[in-house]
Design a protein around this ligand. Structure first.
Ligand code: NAD
Length: 339
């Protein structure tokens, strides 16, 4: 199989490319990435070295650029697409929603159109539990929970999902949509909760926690998510939506405290800051459909996964520093400074 992975230089895409290269010798991967602030080709430098030009190819391009996407699909004779490419940070979407609409909506539509025209017979669109909105203290999201996104990020992802759905309903195009809860693990950009807190605690900086810190997320190790996406690619029913979760609901404050314990720093570093506007209270995933149809089950225990993740960031401090460019620092300072 010749597989196009979009957004392969981001957090989950990097881990997915590594999984496919390691576990599926019959798959050739073409990684199409725009290299936004969140994309780092160095994440895959070792894969480029060992498999570049044989089983791994990199294409610097934008999924919203129809001409570039058409050329790449044709040149590499692509048979399947997994679409990870997206603008992904909720706070940035509140600050400036426009790039989210361009990539997550127009980009998804452009990719769907080009893939269908090129005769690509498999398309997995990767999405998020955030499209379902927020939960009260009870219950879990299922695939039939109505979409009720609350942030510009989740609204743009929901719109992309609806494009993917329409390609199946209108054209019979065999799209599979996956929706996943909050991921953690190696190579995550340090604006997201877990690497942000590990990095700041390591530098003895304060740890900004939104509101009372009791917002609950269903944490999933990125390897479990990537295994789920690979199952969806190989076994997913055309037109289906599959939820993936980690069966590890934790309030943010508990996650931050666990990180402090793991890095040996005091809880006095925690600072409660004004809550994020429209901050969803609780997410939890019912992934029984993926369990039944795909044989999906998360393998990671959260405490083990978090300890391994903290160790990875501590052993890769140079990576953390290198991705935190001047532009990133400026955004973080402005965002947390203002709030
Ligand atoms: P990320 O921000 O770390 O990486 C996104 C990647 O996409 C980057 O490499 C970036 O350069 C690339 N990209 C952005 N715009 C592009 C464009 N127009 N054309 C080509 N490439 C572009 O994101 P992530 O956390 O790895 O998330 C990947 C996907 O998984 C996203 O679709 C996201 O919505 C979804 N998702 C993420 C999570 C999570 O917890 N991180 C959970 C569920 C779903």
């Amino acid at each position: 199989m010749r597989l196009l992975v979009t957004g392969g230089c981001g957090f989950i895409g990097t881990n997915f490319v590594r999984l496919v290269i390691d576990r599926r010798p019959d798959i050739t991967v073409v990684n199409l990435d725009k290299l936004t602030y969140a994309g780092n080709p160095l994440n895959l430098a070792d894969v480029e070295k060992t498999h570049g030009g044989t089983r791994y190819f990199f294409e610097h391009a934008d999924i919203a650029d129809a001409g570039a996407v058409r050329r790449i699909l044709a040149q590499h004779r692509i048979d399947a697409v997994v679409n990870f490419a997206a603008e992904t940070h909720v706070d940035r979407s509140i600050d400036d929603p426009a790039p989210f609409v361009v990539t997550n909506v127009l980009g998804t539509q452009t990719l769907l159109t080009a893939a269908r025209e090129a005769g690509v017979t498999r398309f997995v669109h990767v999405s998020t539990d955030e499209v379902y909105g927020t939960l009260g203290p009870e219950g879990r999201f299922t695939e039939s929970t109505p979409l009720a996104p609350n942030s510009p990020y989740s609204a743009s992802k929901a719109a992309g999902d609806l494009m993917a759905r329409a390609w199946f309903e209108t054209y019979g195009y065999p799209v599979v949509i996956t929706r996943c809860s909050n991921n953690y693990g190696p190579y995550q950009f340090p604006e997201k909760l877990i690497p942000l807190m590990i990095g700041r605690a390591g530098r003895d900086e304060t740890l900004p926690v939104y509101g009372d810190g009791m917002n609950v997320r269903d944490w999933i190790h990125v390897d479990d998510h990537c295994r789920g996406v690979l199952l969806a690619l190989e076994k997913g029913r055309p037109g289906a939506v599959y939820n993936f979760g980690g069966a590890a609901e934790r309030p943010n404050l508990e996650v931050v405290r666990a990180i402090l314990r793991l890095v040996g720093k005091p809880e006095s570093l925690i600072r409660h800051v004004t809550d994020r506007p429209g901050h969803d209270r609780r997410y939890a995933m019912d992934f029984s459909l993926a369990a039944q149809e795909l044989g999906y089950a998360p393998e990671y225990d959260f405490e083990r996964g978090l300890a391994e993740t903290v160790a990875w960031y501590r052993n890769n401090a140079a990576w953390l520093e290198s991705v935190a460019s001047g532009a990133y620092r400026e955004f973080m300072q402005r965002w947390y400074g203002e709030r």
